[in-house]
Design a protein around this ligand. Structure first.
Ligand code: MRU
Length: 357
């Protein structure tokens, strides 16, 4: 199922709408986890149906579906698929969680669904609930984050973001991207700076695709250009997502996030992390305990598997994520609200059940 199209343009050449964008869906007959293959965007809209766990596991590993919340939804439906194809829900959850070790939402969601028992119908109902809750959480994060930027920075704001944290990463409007989108809907976004996000270019390929589809004023920049923009006061706020937030507020996110936090501190610009509560992992005490996914050197040595960048004998380092210490984070925004100056106490207070009547 492939629709070739010009990058960033709809069938009539005008900016595309986002109605046809999704990350993950459940299909009943025959049972499958349906994915929009993100490795082929923006050139092709290609849908794949994963009818067994091995196909879904490969799709997760190779980033056909990616982004922490979307991985959670894929993990949830994956457990249902596993239960229908001879796996125990617990085994299916463990198999899926192992594919992307940093993104805590994947294991969190898969285990949550697996804990509901063995009846595929009940598992599916729980997975659908989780899927829908994601979209609702995204809208709430978008509102909290946009209001916080209105408080901390001049608006209309020039916002810089990294990686892809939009519909493709989350199912709903997104986390960090959802904040930019909400500002845009409010008429308070002046410009979105989109880091290209080496080596797999999620910013250039996916965030720019979504921004173009929504007619948001935006420009893609080489990751290394961020310092130049901040140095010349062209950025009012930096907004990123997260794959895992430790109990002390340290934040793992796409490689290249930590240098942005250092730049933000140097230039007095707010650095906001936007993520659902499910990304906060109380069992991980601090950033040093977050497992960092190491990916294949060829992702760095070759452009999207096609053009050699390095001599054949050169090795490459390819950590997929880095950790930003909590002290560099102005605030963490979740669907529940804002954690300012995050530390262990502030994060624990945010996670505590509300005592309000
Ligand atoms: O390797 P990816 O593309 O899955 O990494 C995605 C990110 O790092 C996102 O910033 C993160 O998952 C937050 S998405 C809302």
């Amino acid at each position: 199922m492939t629709t070739p199209r010009e990058p960033g343009a709809g069938h009539d050449g005008a900016p595309d709408q986002t109605d046809d964008l999704f990350a993950v869906a459940w299909v009943d007959d025959p049972p499958a986890v349906r994915l929009l293959d993100q490795t082929r965007l923006p050139g092709e809209v290609h849908v794949i149906d994963c009818r067994d766990l091995a196909t879904l596991a490969e799709a997760i590993r190779s980033l056909r579906v990616r982004g922490a919340p979307a991985l959670g939804v894929a993990g949830a439906y994956g457990v249902v698929l596993g239960a229908l194809t001879g796996w125990s829900p617990g085994q299916a959850a463990a198999e899926l969680a192992a594919q992307r070790p940093t993104a805590v939402n994947l294991g969190w969601a898969a285990e949550r669904i697996a804990a509901r028992g063995n009846d595929p119908r009940e598992l599916l109902a729980a997975a659908r609930e989780l899927d829908e809750a994601n979209a609702v959480a995204c809208r709430a994060m978008g509102r909290h984050g946009a209001d916080l930027i209105g408080e901390l920075a001049a608006t209309p704001a020039r916002v810089l973001t990294h990686c892809n944290t939009g519909m493709l990463a989350c199912q709903g409007i997104g986390t960090a991207f959802g904040v930019a989108r909400t500002l845009h809907e409010d008429g308070r976004l002046s410009h979105l700076w989109v880091d290209e996000t080496r080596p797999l270019l999620q910013g250039a390929r996916l965030t720019a695709y979504e921004a173009a589809a929504l007619d948001m004023p935006h420009a893609v920049l080489a990751d290394a250009a961020a310092g130049s923009l901040l140095g010349r006061a062209h950025v009012d706020a930096i907004v990123v997502g997260s794959d895992r937030i430790a109990a002390n507020g340290d934040v793992a996110n796409k490689i290249g996030t930590y240098p942005l936090a250092v730049l933000a501190a140097r230039h007095g610009v707010p650095f906001l992390v936007v993520a659902p509560v499910s990304t906060i992992d109380p069992a991980t005490p601090d950033g040093a305990a977050i497992p960092i996914e190491e990916r294949a050197p060829d992702e760095v040595r070759r452009v999207l598997g096609q053009v050699d960048l390095t001599p054949a004998g050169s090795d490459a380092a390819n950590p997929a994520f880095d950790v930003t210490p909590a002290e560099l984070v102005t605030a963490i925004v979740t669907e529940r609200g804002v954690i300012r100056d995050p530390d262990t106490d502030a994060v624990a207070a945010h996670l505590a059940p509300s005592t309000a009547a």
